[in-house]
Design a protein around this ligand. Structure first.
Ligand SMILES: [Zn+2]
Length: 264
């Protein structure tokens, strides 16, 4: 996927040593002493790196490497190689509550993966990085479904993927009624007159569309005051998840199992 995110900057191939804010999205045991880690970095998007000695209790990393940990990473990035070397990670925020609740952990995992899918290696996308850290912060104590929907809406908004949910994408008329039909083929809503009998479309409630609209206008600070009824949250998260999958094609389709767990 070629990123549509506006802040994207091409990677400078001649720089091999970088220092960047980063969040650890995944850790894989590589050997008895080392991890391979996936990071979302502010400077270079998603990177995968070997952290030698990171599984030892003492040493350079000394327990700093942990899932969802946010801090400053130092990496040696080699052009044309997909596995780089993490030489330092100084943890500033552990986001511990995210590992103490299955729902919060599941939502944090989804947010990390979907933002990483939109943030390929080599592209600096500070707004996406900030969206991830705001989402992780919000998930620590906030309403999990509301924070998840907030993350989805702003991911779509930042990439220019957020559809106009008020007007028919075919004829431009304002769409009314308690439910609207969303066409994934046309990436927009259809009025009753334009919806063809065999057209594959999702039926979305007006309440879900209103929730998505209000979340897209609000900042992260509004999250602490937002509580969403469970059924409405499930519908909104599921709908936005499908819009994201359609926008990102292959990458986000792999996230559907995680999304299904969130809306169970
Ligand atoms: Zn129409």
């Amino acid at each position: 996927m070629r990123s549509r995110y506006s802040a994207a900057e091409p990677m400078k191939q001649d720089t091999s040593f970088i220092k960047s804010d980063a969040v650890i999205l995944r850790t894989y045991e590589y050997s008895e002493t080392s991890y391979i880690v996936s990071l979302l970095t502010r400077a270079r998007g998603t990177l995968h790196a070997l952290a030698k000695g990171a599984r030892r209790a003492k040493g350079t990393f000394a327990g700093e490497i942990d899932l969802y940990a946010e801090g400053q990473a130092v990496l040696i990035v080699r052009p044309e190689v997909s596995l780089h070397l993490l030489t330092e990670f100084c943890c500033k925020e552990r986001h511990l509550p995210l590992r103490q609740s299955v729902d919060r952990a599941c939502a944090a995992g989804y947010a990390g993966e979907v933002i990483a899918a939109a943030s390929p290696e080599g592209e600096s996308q500070p707004e996406l990085y900030d969206l991830l850290t705001q989402t992780l912060q919000g998930l620590e104590a906030g309403d999990v479904p509301a924070v998840t929907a907030f993350c989805q809406v702003h991911l779509l908004r930042l990439g220019g993927y957020m559809p106009d949910l008020a007007t028919c994408t075919a004829c431009g008329k304002r769409v009314t009624g308690p439910h609207v039909a969303y066409s994934f083929m046309k990436s927009g809503v259809l009025c009753a007159g334009c919806l063809q009998p065999n057209e594959p479309a999702a039926r979305v409630s007006r309440s879900a569309i209103s929730l998505a609209s209000s979340l897209s206008r609000g900042g992260a600070a509004a999250l602490s005051r937002t509580r969403v009824p469970r059924a409405l949250a499930r519908e909104t998260i599921s709908f936005l998840g499908h819009v994201i999958s359609a926008a990102f094609e292959q990458e986000a389709r792999m996230l559907q199992p995680t999304l299904a767990a969130l809306v169970r």
